[in-house]
Structure formats: structure tokens, C-alpha cells
Design a protein around this ligand. Structure first.
Ligand SMILES: Nc1ncnc2c1ncn2[C@@H]1O[C@H](COP(=O)(O)OP(=O)(O)O)[C@@H](O)[C@H]1O
Ligand code: SF4
Ligand SMILES: [Mg+2]
Length: 369
């Protein structure tokens, strides 16, 4: 659901969530004394702002730090450095009681609907668990049955077990659980990566419907740019623990600047056969370097087709790409979150208009997935 279209963007600076210089460096221990011999820089200085009601797509290859970033935001991990600001307050200093309040408003949907649901609990128990933890009064069973209907399952599924459901249905159970407490933010950590393509679209449609009905804000994580194209208002591309490009959807897909974004985009097939014949895939040399030992200078230089000597010595920050000083993007949403920024000294120029999505099949309650 587009934040621009639904008018729920709020005023500039009215962010639901912000991270400031967020870092997670996991210690690497070795030897009998378990000495720290180095660090895995899983998240390495992430600054981002998320507006109320929008969807931020977060994309990058496996191991680039997406799930770690999600866990830092939810405070399932304590960061090495930085701030997580939710509704204007840094939650890192919060005590247990304060965190319990924040947790009602921040939920997560995991990638693997097979592993993330307790196989020994009934669907009713799984979806109702947050209501129990947060001591929500009232008829819990009725509420859970309502939630099952909202996500397109049946109230009769209450006493069944996860193994009795298909992958898509299990993900619906995970979604019902995530919305049980009426949260403000849901982090969807590759929620459709384990599902068949046809079922992916149904789950994404469900998430979009829920966003509209319940005023949700999403961080939607995926490992490729095609999955987040239609659901995102803005997209951030991560590489080795850092955001390397961030822009609104049209700019990111239509005028990508960072060579890494360009290579990720070149992997997406075009629906039009003529265009598809002309598509030139940019295959990057080598593997992603280890986050325990990231390259000096621009961390992408070892794989970058545009790398110059300068890039080996110097590390680019996120440089504004719209010809205006950072944070001075024009239009209605005149704030830091609007700027198109890329961490590159020699950005790619020129672009093409993005292809609008073919109409998606509307989601219908009760549809079997
Ligand atoms: N608890 C941990 N201890 C040490 N290293 C970790 C831990 N969790 C994740 N990592 C490492 O951090 C990096 C980022 O992992 P992750 O956030 O899971 O990436 P992604 O979700 O993008 O695939 C990887 O190199 C991973 O091995
Ligand atoms: S700064 Fe240099 S190495 Fe890094 S992405 Fe840009 S051109 Fe490539
Ligand atoms: Mg992950």
C-alpha cells in the first residue's frame, strides 16, 4: 500500500521508527581461553527513518545483516553502538516494563513458517499467546477466531496443529499472531521467501490489505528486489552491514545509482518478452566478502564493475543523489526520509521509467493457499 496514495504519511520528521548509527559487531572467540580475536560486523552503522503507514523494503544478499538489523530494532539483541528510536524515544535505555509496552507495538513475521510455529501448540494457542503474555482481558478464544478470519483462515482451525496446514496457511497463522495486539510496526523478515511464487503474491496481498485496514507500518525484508517492488513505498539496499542506497520506489527502480543496486535489478526478468530478450544481466565477480574482514575503502570495491583507485582508499557515506543537499528533497514530504542517497563516488547515471505492476489478483477471505 503506497504511503503517498493513502495519505497516512504524517508530517516531516514524524517518524515511527528511526535508527542512528546502529551497529552489531558479534565477537569471534577462539582458543581454549575463548579470547575475542575479531568481530563480525553484521550491522555497521545503519541510519534510517520510517514514516508512519509506509512500507520500507530492505533488500540484500544473504548474510548482509538484514535479520540482525530486524532483531536490533525489536531489541532481541543489544547493539554494540547506536540508537533505536521508536515514537520519538530511544528504547535502548528502557527497562522490562517499558519494553513490554513497546513490544505490543512492534511485531515480527519470520521467514520460515515451518520453523517459527511451535508444532506442539494448537493454532489457537499460537495466535492467542501474545494476548496471554500481555494479559489482555476479554474472550480470548473469540478474539483469536476473529483474527483467523481476518487472515483468511477459518475459526474452526482453532484446535488444529501447524502441521495440518500448507506453507501459505502457516504464514497466515504467523501473520494473525503478529497482528493480535494491534501493533503499529511489523517487521516482515523474508515472509514469503520459503513459499511458492503463486502463494507469495497471496500473502503479499494479505499484508497490503491488513496495512490499509489496521494502519500498519512495515519493514519488509527480502533478498531480491523483485519481491519488494510492489509493496514498498521506499527501498533500502544493504551490503555488508550498511545501507548502500535508499530511495523512494520509483527512483530506486527507475534511476538506481549504486552499481550494486544496478546489478541486483539486472537479475529481475521483464514480463515483456521483447524487453526480456534485451535484458543484460550484470553478474558480479566473486563472493560477498566476509563481514569479519570487510574490504577497506568502499566495501563494494572488490566486486564493483565501476571501481577506481580512489574507491580502494576512501569510504563513501550515503551521498544525496537528487541534486539537493541532504534532507532538502522537494515535494510534500520534505524530510530526510525522502532523499535519494547512495554510497558511491561514481554513481550510475540515467535510468528508465519503472514498469507498473500488472493488476494483482485481489485477495479473498477463505481463499486456500
Ligand atoms: N549470533 C551471531 N553470532 C555471530 N555472527 C552472527 C550472529 N548472527 C548473525 N551473524 C552473522 O552476521 C552476518 C549477518 O547475518 P544476518 O543478519 O542473518 O544476515 P541476513 O539476514 O541478511 O541473511 C552473517 O555473517 C552471520 O553469519
Ligand atoms: S565508490 Fe567506487 S567501488 Fe564503491 S560502488 Fe562506487 S564506483 Fe564502485
Ligand atoms: Mg535473514
Amino acid at each position: 500500500m503506497s504511503g503517498e496514495a493513502n495519505g497516512r504519511q504524517g508530517s516531516p520528521g514524524d517518524y515511527l521508527l528511526e535508527t542512528k548509527n546502529l551497529k552489531m559487531h558479534f565477537p569471534i572467540k577462539a582458543g581454549v581461553l575463548r579470547r575475542t580475536v575479531g568481530h563480525v560486523k553484521a550491522v555497521d552503522g545503519v541510519n534510517m527513518q520510517i514514516r508512519r503507514g509506509e512500507t520500507l523494503g530492505l533488500v540484500g544478499e544473504s548474510g548482509c545483516g538484514k535479520s540482525t538489523l530486524a532483531r536490533l530494532i525489536l531489541r532481541l539483541l543489544e547493539p554494540t553502538e547506536g540508537e533505536v528510536i521508536f515514537e520519538g524515544e530511544n528504547i535502548l535505555g528502557y527497562d522490562r516494563k517499558q519494553m513490554l509496552r513497546v513490544r505490543r507495538n512492534m511485531q515480527i513475521v519470520f521467514q520460515d513458517p515451518y520453523a517459527s510455529l511451535n508444532p506442539r501448540m494448537t493454532v489457537g494457542g499460537i495466535v492467542g499467546e501474545p494476548l496471554k503474555t500481555h494479559k489482555i482481558e476479554g474472550n480470548r478464544k473469540k478474539r483469536v477466531q476473529e483474527l483467523l478470519e481476518v487472515v483468511g483462515l477459518s475459526p474452526e482451525h482453532y484446535n488444529r496443529y501447524p502441521h495440518e496446514f500448507s506453507g501459505g496457511q502457516r504464514q497466515r497463522i504467523g501473520v494473525a499472531r503478529a497482528i493480535a495486539l494491534n501493533p503499529k510496526l511489523i517487521i516482515c523478515d523474508e515472509p514469503v521467501s520459503a513459499l511458492d511464487v503463486s502463494i507469495q503474491a497471496q500473502v503479499i496481498n494479505l499484508l497490503q490489505d491488513l496495512q490499509r485496514d489496521f494502519d500498519l507500518t512495515y519493514v519488509f525484508i527480502a533478498h531480491d528486489l523483485s519481491v519488494v517492488k510492489h509493496i514498498s513505498d521506499r527501498v533500502a539496499v544493504m551490503y555488508l552491514g550498511k545501507i548502500v542506497e535508499i530511495a523512494d520506489r520509483r527512483r530506486l527502480y527507475g534511476e538506481p545509482r549504486h552499481p550494486y543496486t544496478v546489478s541486483l535489478l539486472s537479475a529481475i526478468p521483464f514480463p515483456d518478452p521483447e524487453k526480456e530478450r534485451q535484458r543484460r544481466r550484470i553478474v558480479l565477480a566473486g563472493d560477498v566478502p566476509s563481514p569479519a574482514n570487510p574490504p577497506q575503502g568502499c566495501s563494494f570495491h572488490t566486486r564493483c564493475p565501476r571501481a577506481q583507485e580512489y574507491c580502494v582508499e576512501h569510504e563513501p557515506g550515503l551521498i544525496p543523489q537528487d541534486g539537493r543537499p541532504d534532507g532538502e528533497a522537494d515535494g510534500e514530504a520534505d524530510d530526510a526520509a525522502s532523499a535519494h542517497r547512495a554510497a558511491c563516488y561514481f554513481p550510475v547515471e540515467g535510468g528508465q521509467p519503472i514498469e507498473e505492476p500488472a493488476a494483482t489478483t485481489p485477495y479473498r477471505a477463505g481463499e486456500s493457499t
